[in-house]
Design a protein around this ligand. Structure first.
Ligand SMILES: [Zn+2]
Length: 631
């Protein structure tokens, strides 16, 4: 069902006119267009049952001076119902020509138009199709402010000699660098030719080079179908080193060795993951370490995880992030949330899987620490969120999907799955999950279909178990249900005992903290109450040197307390942290904490003035809201 003003006759005449202009790539505006019929998902203009993209051929070059990507995207389509239009998502793209390619290899200038602009979703491009259209080829360029792209000056990279470009397509940013159907429910294969300045290496979520091309021309192939949010490109002064037969690390040459050490357990993690839920589907698993302004901890771009350098702590203490991104090779990349309302289907499963990998790698005491930290994050997040945003099944229609990227999908999702595991038994649940991944490979999954499967496979005719789970409350209800499992670990009991001793008057230096890992320290710091004084902060700092910590998780936690308890000696270190790191997970609590008081807000704004231009749009768009910042 579509609302178009043009009649079919007019459309046919127009097609006859434009098809006479073979090989012509000039722009041609079509008749005014209406809106598509029922949508695949509320954040894409792709029509249900409409023409869909099955393959992308990208031919682009990068201009670091102008901060622009330009070139062509050729999209092979499948149009079983012979629909007259192809709807593509775009945001801030300039299109200079569209050509139709027919099944008999003819090319014809296409008629195209735009749907009205939406501030969140961008401006859908509508291309009129002919009955024999096999593919469409779009000439385009990006805007310097494209939300997916971050162009970094050399000074913001580890080596400080060359610029860097990185992309972040999730959730709906792919459309700001490629005209595409930007819905997690639409998968396609891709190939790409990318031209970059000669001193730089280009990498994608695809088969990657291991050496620089002298001319700066790279070709890529991705033969497994992926949704648009997993399209990724990183370009910079990068070098490669193997970790294991199927795994390796790309990083700035100056951090490569440190990264290879830090991620040395990757191959083992892969073996564990495959032992749990079946073969790895993407052949290689590599990690690229990005400059510190990358807004996330990691992004599960297939075959090539993008990772923040803030996990390189020197002692492998933060590598559960790699377990997380690797787990996405099954949950997310392999079985994908149908829409962003089902985001927990990606993230909840991934946190559960991550935890299982870490348990097998480091033991239950260790993985329970991670589970408890995850519970604390959940409790904090629930306090801040609107009740309806604490349901596992989200309602993001009319909103930005990033609004749903909270601890709910991750940690409430994790605890829901853990509850199922504890209720039906681990062996049964593992067999269920293995079959779930195998049978839904390269497909989408929504909340309801998962629940149906759960019911059919594990809960049918078992009303007592069903009642115990209280599924509706978890999925469609707010907050943390009372039957939420409890994580426990003696590693934290030790911390609690020492914390109590300190509160009872024992000097920090005489606490038994030998051999504590960074999660234990984090747990200790999270126990600091509102009544903590600047003097107590100073005494703790003198004994444990938190201000000078090289561990980003501890730094973030400590600086948050420094602001909360007025410990000014840490402010210079806080400032240098905020001006050198762009990971949103660390920036948000620190800016939020400062924004609580007038004086703090002044400090926040003065730091933000210097730092904002070094942050990725994903980070600064969130902080703008916290500080009420207007450009
Ligand atoms: Zn994730």
């Amino acid at each position: 069902m579509k609302i178009f003003e043009t009649s079919i006759t007019w459309f046919v005449i127009l097609l006859l006119i434009v098809s006479s202009a073979c090989q012509d790539t000039s722009t041609q505006k079509g008749p005014p267009q209406g809106v598509p019929g029922e949508l695949v998902d509320p954040h894409s203009s792709a029509e249900k049952g409409g023409a869909v993209v099955t393959h992308l051929e990208l031919d682009i070059s990068l201009d670091f001076t102008q901060k622009i990507i330009s070139g062509s995207a050729t999209l092979t389509i499948d149009n079983p119902q012979s629909k007259p239009y192809l709807y593509l998502d775009t945001k801030d793209l300039t299109v200079t020509g569209v050509v139709l390619l027919s099944t008999s290899q003819k090319s014809t200038t296409a008629t195209y138009d735009w749907l009205p602009e939406d501030s969140i979703l961008g401006r859908p491009l509508v291309i009129s199709l002919a009955s024999d259209t096999r593919a469409v080829s779009i000439q385009y360029k990006t805007s310097p402010t494209a939300e997916a792209l971050q162009w970094l000056e050399p000074g913001l990279t580890a080596g400080k000699l060359h610029p860097f470009l990185l992309t972040q397509s999730q959730a709906i940013n792919a459309r700001t660098w490629i005209p595409i159907q930007d819905s997690p429910g639409i998968r396609f294969t891709y190939a790409a030719k990318v031209k970059v300045p000669p001193a730089l290496m280009a990498l994608m979520s695809a088969e990657n080079p291991t050496e620089k091309s002298p001319e700066g021309t790279y070709t890529f192939k991705m033969k497994q179908p992926i949704p648009a949010y997993l399209l990724a490109l990183a370009v910079g002064d990068l070098a490669f080193k193997e970790v294991g037969p199927r795994t390796g690390v790309y990083a700035d040459p100056s951090v490569l060795n440190a990264a290879v050490y830090e991620f040395g357990e990757m191959e083992e993690m892969m073996t564990i993951a495959e032992g749990l839920y079946g073969p790895y589907a993407w052949e290689r698993y590599d990690v690229v370490v990005l400059p510190p302004s990358f807004p996330f901890g990691g992004m599960e771009n297939p075959r090539l995880t993008f990772a923040t350098p803030t996990v390189i702590a020197g002692d492998r203490s933060l590598v559960s992030l790699i377990a997380h991104e690797l787990a996405h090779s099954w949950s997310g990349n392999f079985v994908t949330n149908a829409t962003w309302d089902d985001f927990w289907v990606n993230e909840g499963f991934t946190v559960y899987f991550e935890n299982r990998i870490m348990e097998a790698l480091k033991g239950r005491e260790y993985s329970e620490m991670l589970a408890l930290i995850s519970y604390q994050d959940l409790v904090e997040e629930v306090k801040d969120l609107d009740k309806k945003d604490t349901h596992l099944k989200l309602g993001l229609h009319g909103r930005h999907p990033d609004d749903g990227m909270t601890s709910i999908a991750y940690d409430k999702g994790y605890y829901f799955l853990r509850l199922i595991e504890e209720t039906v038994g681990r062996e049964v649940f593992d067999a269920f999950l293995k079959a779930y991944f195998t049978e839904n490979a390269f497909k989408v999954m929504d909340t309801e279909r998962f629940l149906e499967r759960l019911d059919r496979e594990l809960l049918k005719d078992r009303p007592a178990l069903k009642a115990k789970l209280d599924i509706d409350l978890w999925v469609y209800g707010p907050g943390i249900p009372a039957n939420c499992p409890k994580a426990e670990t003696p590693l934290y009991s030790r911390v609690e005992a020492e914390f109590a001793a300190w509160q009872g008057g024992k000097a920090p230096a005489s606490l038994s903290t030998e051999g504590w890992n960074s999660h234990q320290w984090l747990y200790f710091l999270r126990s600091l109450g509102d009544e903590t004084t600047p003097e107590q902060m100073a005494a703790l700092d003198e004994a444990f040197h938190f201000t000078q910590s090289g561990n980003s998780e501890i730094q973030c936690e400590w600086y948050t307390h420094a602001v909360r308890h007025g410990y000014e000696a840490a402010y210079p270190a806080l400032e240098s942290f905020l001006t050198s790191v762009g990971r949103r997970k660390f920036l948000m609590p620190l800016y939020k904490e400062m924004a609580k008081t007038d004086e703090g807000k002044k400090m926040a704004i003065s730091i933000y003035k210097q730092a904002r231009s070094t942050y990725h749009p994903i980070s600064y768009m969130s902080i703008d809201k916290v500080l009420g910042w207007e450009e």
